[in-house]
Design a protein around this ligand. Sequence first.
Ligand code: MF3
Ligand code: CO
Length: 249
Amino acid sequence: MIAIREPWEIDRIRAGGRIIADLWEELRPALAEGVSTAELDRVADCFIRRAGGTPAFKGYRGYPATLCVSINHEVVHGIPSPKRFLQDGDLVGIDVGVEVEGYIADAARSFLIGPAPAPLALKLSAVARQALERAVEAARPGNRVADLSRAIQRTAEEAGFSVVRQLCGHGVGKALHEEPEIPNFHKPGITPALKPGMVLAVEPMVNAGGWRVDFLPDGWTVVTADGSLSAHFEDTVVVTEDQPLVATR
Ligand code: MF3
Ligand code: CO
């Protein structure tokens, strides 16, 4: 069953989403060569708690941090470390979940570090962002989950990139991962119809090379199998009677 959320529940998800939107601005000045990924995590943890939220990833299946920080060929779920430092030219994905009064918002952005990002990194991040935009636009009653999947896959592949297949977007609300699963590529078969009150974490993961990924022995970090760059954008979107409502902007 896909939950249909009441307005008061959506308000709580939006409260967490507002904290995430503000967090991106808080982190931006820190995103520079030489900062450790653990320092970013510390800044985010303090900011979220001061704003009245709780980091939703910490403790989730034993995950140890507030953020996932995934650099270059890392796709998602990179664990912050005091020994890992950002460098100019890096493409850095930051993923965060915030809980407010029992409800969760989930979002991610990819950032380019330094004054002269490589053209490929720029293009990849722009395409992943556009894939998210188009999927958000498709989050309307009358459409199905497959319409989001198709929008993401088409946007990535028309640009010559690929979408990760082993990881998906998802419903979000009382738990971080709820129904439905939202693949980033089209799978044959009937997918759920979208209805007002559904809350979806839409998260294209776009690789510059092939779609295959590997899982590192740390139990978390996902990397591209071919070592190619990867970009990740995510927003929590509420399906409404009319325009999709993005809770995390
Ligand atoms: N947004 C990520 C996802 O949906 C959440 C990371 S799971 C965690 O997969 F365990 F790292 F928190
Ligand atoms: Co997510």
